[in-house]
Design a protein around this ligand. Structure first.
Ligand code: HEC
Ligand code: HEC
Ligand code: HEC
Length: 343
């Protein structure tokens, strides 16, 4: 029988404790310095769990294995408690770690947040739960937490827990596992990040929403080819023109300075800002969408803007020559205009 929630596990252990408390008493625990009744010990353990699940899990993981998103960003990463041996570090050293923190790491001291009893409780919890017994702690996807029947996503579990790497060669996966991998990439990765990959690939660098523009330079991180993370960043790469003429170069500059903010450097409108506008900035590269586009219509749209949308009128902002240059650029970089003659 499986028990999916922490509460159920607690009830079960209380029942077990009453029934077989003799066995539990004889079991060595890392926590106990002085003999205590098993009831108060399990109460202390539950208090430690509470503190842990509130203060520590988001770095060290609910299961103490540090498989958290923050582990990808922090150097040094949070300690994986499941890999620590029972004798190192000592209880005293761990208490000192939690009280004082580790300088120059994300492990901050909890001296001002937890009292010394609470620090001892959470350290004992970590030692008993993860280091000694390698327990699972709290399951996250329980009905109580708002995840009824999470079992139906079982095919994706191995990818969430990292048992199967996301970039495992597809020919070694079963049809079921390939489905599970897709499900994971589609819906679970937002929270789970990449649980496990063989080849880390280009690091997933976090970039601010309001990234630098105009005169500041910024090189975009390569898009992560496994998770396709940073889906917006890849639309901030302008197409490379082979031998552009002066007018197209001028148009490119104008487009990237004035239009890319909404339409994306690649003209698709699938960039960060573009994704929030309604209606969306026109995808200037999509042949279907641009089917009826003519030179006259393009010029009119740029000069007058589009009513009831965020597409501004550029007539009083740009000179006619500049609009000519933009048209030349759009023609060459995004969508060829019928009958348009290059100068
Ligand atoms: C809203 C965020 C979120 C989403 C979406 C999400 N998970 Fe989780 N999942 C978590 C957290 C948080 C944990 C606990 C992590 C830990 O142990 O540190 C977790 C744990 C798990 C575990 C370990 C067992 C458990 O219940 O704690 C499995 C298996 C799992 N997730 C599978 C999935 C699958 C499959 C999907 C997609 C169908 C998914 N998750 C989507 C946040 C999420
Ligand atoms: C913001 C992230 C973060 C949080 C929150 C956090 N830790 Fe840590 N923890 C770390 C990092 C990073 C390290 C590794 C430091 C190093 O390598 O020197 C660490 C190390 C430790 C160590 C040292 C283990 C050893 O081998 O010496 C202990 C013990 C510890 N954490 C316990 C806790 C407890 C208990 C909590 C909650 C009260 C907690 N941590 C909360 C990031 C965090
Ligand atoms: C503030 C956001 C914004 C900026 C800046 C912007 N556009 Fe637009 N643009 C839009 C939106 C939104 C639409 C789509 C409206 C719709 O779908 O009805 C659009 C549509 C267009 C169209 C399609 C016109 C048509 O008739 O179908 C063209 C061409 C165009 N923009 C070119 C440009 C050029 C060139 C620039 C720079 C000089 C520019 N845009 C700057 C938001 C913007």
């Amino acid at each position: 029988m499986f028990l999916y929630n922490a509460k159920g596990t607690t009830y079960l252990s209380i029942v077990l404790l009453i029934l077989v408390s003799g066995i539990f008493n004889s079991q060595s625990t890392l926590a106990a310095n002085s003999p205590k009744s098993s009831d108060s010990r399990s109460q202390a353990h539950e208090l430690g769990r509470k503190i842990y699940n509130f203060r520590c899990y988001y770095c060290h993981g609910y299961s103490g294995d540090a498989r958290t998103l923050s582990s990808h960003f922090l150097t040094p990463p949070p300690r994986d408690f499941t890999r620590l041996q029972a004798d190192t570090p000592s209880r005293e050293n761990m208490i000192a770690s939690v009280r004082d923190g580790h300088p120059d790491t994300a492990m901050a001291g909890f001296e001002n947040i937890l009292n010394i009893r609470e620090i001892a409780l959470v350290v004992d919890f970590v030692r008993n739960e993860f280091i000694l017994h390698k327990n699972e702690n709290t399951r996250y996807h329980t009905a109580e937490n708002g995840w009824p029947n999470h079992e139906r996503y079982r095919a994706a579990f191995a990818f969430a827990t990292g048992k199967i790497a996301l970039d495992e060669r597809p020919e070694t996966l079963s049809a079921e596992q390939i489905k599970g991998r897709q499900l994971f990439l589609d819906t679970c990765i937002t929270c789970h990040d990449r649980a496990n990959v063989h080849d880390e690939g280009p690091a997933w660098e976090a970039s601010a929403v309001s990234f630098p523009r105009n005169n500041t330079s910024f090189s975009y991180p390569q898009v992560d080819d496994i998770s396709e993370a940073s889906v917006y960043a890849r639309h901030e790469i302008a197409p490379v023109l082979t031998s552009p003429n002066e007018m197209e170069k001028r148009g490119e500059q104008l487009f990237q300075d004035n239009c890319a903010f909404c339409h994306g450097a690649d003209g698709t409108g699938k960039n960060w800002i573009g994704s929030f506008l309604e209606p969306r900035p026109r995808d200037l590269t999509d042949p279907e969408i641009m089917k009826g586009m003519t030179l006259q219509r393009l010029r009119r749209a740029i000069e007058d803007g589009l009513i009831d949308t965020s597409m501004p009128a550029w007539r009083d902002v740009l000179k006619k020559k500049e609009i000519d240059a933009l048209i030349a650029y759009i023609h060459t970089a995004f969508h060829p205009l019928p009958g348009y003659e290059k100068e």
